[in-house]
Design a binder for this molecule. Structure first.
Ligand SMILES: CC(C)(COP(=O)(O)OP(=O)(O)OC[C@H]1O[C@@H](n2cnc3c(N)ncnc32)[C@H](O)[C@@H]1OP(=O)(O)O)[C@@H](O)C(=O)NCCC(=O)NCCS
Length: 261
């Protein structure tokens, strides 16, 4: 790589300080990921005169075929608007392509601060200009009035193939608040239970979120799982969007939403 170098464990303090210069909450969350989850692998720093001025990288979700998510991406405030962000991301995308990456996704909030500034508008502009397209917008995801855009970028031409849909015995096994949100929940699930969940099972999950005073529920399933949509819709969920070719070419990720309160 010409501009970026691999992040090392000894870079964690400098990287956290760089993120903190923009956002304390993100810095805290990033530090946890870098330290506790060994998350500095596949992360890259940008240096100028011996100082770290940029951080970017990617994570690779399980059960997917060469799909990646862009991770913490920041340029130090003293160095923004000088072309570093574009240079950094262009090199990272080329690197992921060279690793045979197939699709790259990124989540962006539409948060507007007290002064009326759309905090992530520049990032969104940069991602779009690099070819990312909004695939899903989750309204009120982070909080009432703060939505989440999920953008996707194809890195390799699609290789159409047929995956036979199958009925998986999916059952819910937990209810949890989604990190970085205020009162948005999801259900944990397994797909090796005795039988597929029904409408009553979905209602039990919704009731449990309502007891916790949750606001919204967001659920995702692979598009080749048969018969999951009907009980969800019967219990009040709606199909709110699709991440195309998320698991593999032709196998998408279906997103379902239910407003609780
Ligand atoms: C988003 C971020 C990484 C971009 O890095 P950067 O080095 O400032 O970006 P660049 O200088 O390469 O500029 C990229 C584009 O944004 C525009 N831009 C950058 N800063 C800008 C500013 N302050 N005002 C208006 N436009 C700006 C540039 O004009 C350029 O657009 P163009 O190429 O179409 O002319 C950086 O601003 C940052 O760290 N922001 C805070 C954290 C953040 O939002 N991270 C993403 C979370 S999802």
């Amino acid at each position: 790589m010409k501009y970026l170098r691999e992040m090392k464990e000894t870079d964690i303090n400098a990287v956290v300080a760089l993120i903190e210069a923009h956002d304390e909450d993100d810095a805290e969350q990033a530090e946890k990921e870098y330290r506790e989850m060994g998350g500095h692998f596949d992360q890259y720093v940008l240096e100028s005169e011996g100082n770290i001025i940029g951080i970017t990288g990617y994570i690779t979700p399980p059960s997917c075929e060469r799909t990646h998510w862009l991770s913490w991406t920041y340029i130090h405030p003293d160095h923004t608007n000088q072309g570093h962000g574009r240079t950094m991301l262009t090199e990272l995308i080329d690197h992921i392509k060279a690793q045979e990456g197939r699709k790259l996704f990124i989540k962006v909030s539409d948060y507007v601060d007290e002064e009326g500034k759309a905090v992530y508008a520049i990032a969104l502009h940069l991602y779009r200009s690099l070819g990312f397209r909004v695939e899903i917008t989750h309204k009120d995801f982070y909080d009432e009035g703060e939505s989440q855009h999920i953008l996707g970028l194809r890195l390799k031409p699609e290789q159409p193939k047929f995956t036979k849909p199958e009925e998986w015995p999916v059952q819910f096994n937990s209810v949890y608040e989604i990190a970085e949100t205020d009162d948005s929940y999801s259900f944990g699930w397994i797909d090796d239970a005795d039988e597929l969940f029904d409408e009553d099972d979905v209602h039990k999950g919704i009731d449990s979120v309502a007891d916790d005073e949750g606001r919204m529920i967001f659920l995702t399933f692979p598009s080749d799982y048969l018969n999951i949509k009907e009980p969800l819709v019967a219990a009040g969920f709606r199909l709110s969007g699709t991440l195309l070719d998320y698991f593999d070419d032709g196998v998408h990720e279906l997103h379902f939403t239910h407003k609780v309160n």
